[in-house]
Design a protein around this ligand. Sequence first.
Ligand code: HEM
Length: 251
Amino acid sequence: MDDSLTRENTGLMPYLVAASQVVGVAALAVTGAWLSHYRGGFSWDGAEQFNVHPLCMVLGMVFLCGDALLVFRVFRHETKRATKILHGTLHIMALIISLVGIIAVFQFHKKKKIPDMYSLHSWVGIVTFSLYIMQWILGFIMFFLPGVGYALKSRFKPFHVFLGFSLLVSTIATCLLGLTEKMLFSIPEEYSKLPPEGILANSLGLLLVTFGLVIGYILTREEWRRPPLPEEQALSMDFKTLTQGDSPTEP
Ligand code: HEM
């Protein structure tokens, strides 16, 4: 087995993973505090239905999706099956929660007769959410349904990994657009005078960007990738033998 893959070289990774969780939980707490303290809290029927939207999007599409990306780095020595199940479970939760967030804002607009899909935030948001659904369906077919060949899975995987991280980036960008828009709608006169609500919303934006950066750093460190377990290594050697004709015993 490649020595660089087996070497236990996690370095700063545990600290960065812990930092990502502290920043992620802080972002969630600030979102909840902002919407409760300044925007009237949460309800499904009243004017506060809107507030369900940012809370669910930050919890589902930022925090849970971000953590789902970390699973393969954090649980490096668990079986592939166990890590896949955890990755899938976090994504099921993220999908349900973000779907509730999307339904909340569309219902709220309908009730208040606010036009749909006019802002840049809503355009980037709906593209991101649609790609997330596509990623979900393709990922489920490729990695959870039986019968998909190893070759096809291997070809698809880089695309899945690329889209996974790209979606986190565009989700955070969508949140920044949404936060700015919400400040300009809710406190148009005061925002430029840096009121406490504006400072809180701007700080939330910074926390979300920091969360994305820490996760991006962890994911892009080659030496922190999950090393293949001995049985997976043997499987991939068998596959190589079958497809390329070279023998695992050859030097
Ligand atoms: C902090 C997080 C967020 C805030 C503060 C926020 C804020 C807003 C606001 C103010 C609106 C109403 C105005 C408009 O249509 O642009 C809205 C609508 C919308 N948001 Fe967000 N948003 C957030 C996160 C997200 C995310 C992550 C997505 C998707 C990935 C998203 C998707 C949408 C969509 C599709 C609409 C349009 C709804 C309609 O046209 O009826 N939002 N959001």
